[in-house]
Design a protein around this ligand. Sequence first.
Ligand SMILES: Nc1ncnc2c1ncn2[C@@H]1O[C@H](COP(=O)(O)OP(=O)(O)OP(=O)(O)O)[C@@H](O)[C@H]1O
Length: 236
Amino acid sequence: MLALEGVSVRFGGLLALSNISFSVEKGEILGLVGPNGAGKTTLFNSISGLVRARGRISVGGQDITGLPLHRRAKAGIGRTFQIPQPMHHLTVRENLTVAQVFGAGRNDPARINEILEVMQLSHKADADAASALALQELKRLEIAKALATEPRLLLLDEVLAGLESNAKRSFMLKLKELHALFGLTIVIVEHDIETISNLCTRAVVLNFGQLIADGTPAEVFNNPAVVESYTGAAHA
Ligand SMILES: Nc1ncnc2c1ncn2[C@@H]1O[C@H](COP(=O)(O)OP(=O)(O)OP(=O)(O)O)[C@@H](O)[C@H]1O
């Protein structure tokens, strides 16, 4: 579904991503892990088109490397942002409609209703502007917006961060439900080992812009290079 070949991103003198290659199978839920500043969000930005990368990125066999943002959305790439980014003055439904027109090039109210229902936002759909939502609702809206673009590949950037453990558990169940319901391939950035182990069959680890491990969650979290990347021992 997703293939990265030799992907590199440089910001001035900083090599934020260095020659990253891996692929994600259709239907897989892949964990993208690594300490702060490792390059995880830059990788999402490279895939979704916010950042220009060297190398080759393809989705469903289509080379998207040179495509602008909106054409990547139409190629089936949906994403969330670490800090939810709704259009604050619009209602929840209006936010989803804008996302659907941007990503899918159509307005399908029935599909929007389905997304509102599955994300438990129906009761908030038309009531208030998005700015009135509580944190958990904002997180659900962030995912709902990504779903409204009708993705095949969904990139989730720390969507569980800041939730207490019960909310986290119910969010994980929701992600599994979405994965099955919409037939998604998912890449999720997450720091919590338990969450990655619960959701993912495989995890890729970045550190200082380099891919340092790729395997099952148990394999990568027991990998000495990964442990060192988190404790800082390798660079102390
Ligand atoms: N637009 C930018 N201009 C310059 N440097 C940037 C830019 N975006 C990211 N960086 C740098 O690139 C490196 C990777 O950042 P990135 O945000 O991708 O890491 P991350 O793994 O997502 O970290 P976190 O877990 O803290 O979100 C960092 O050193 C960061 O400061």
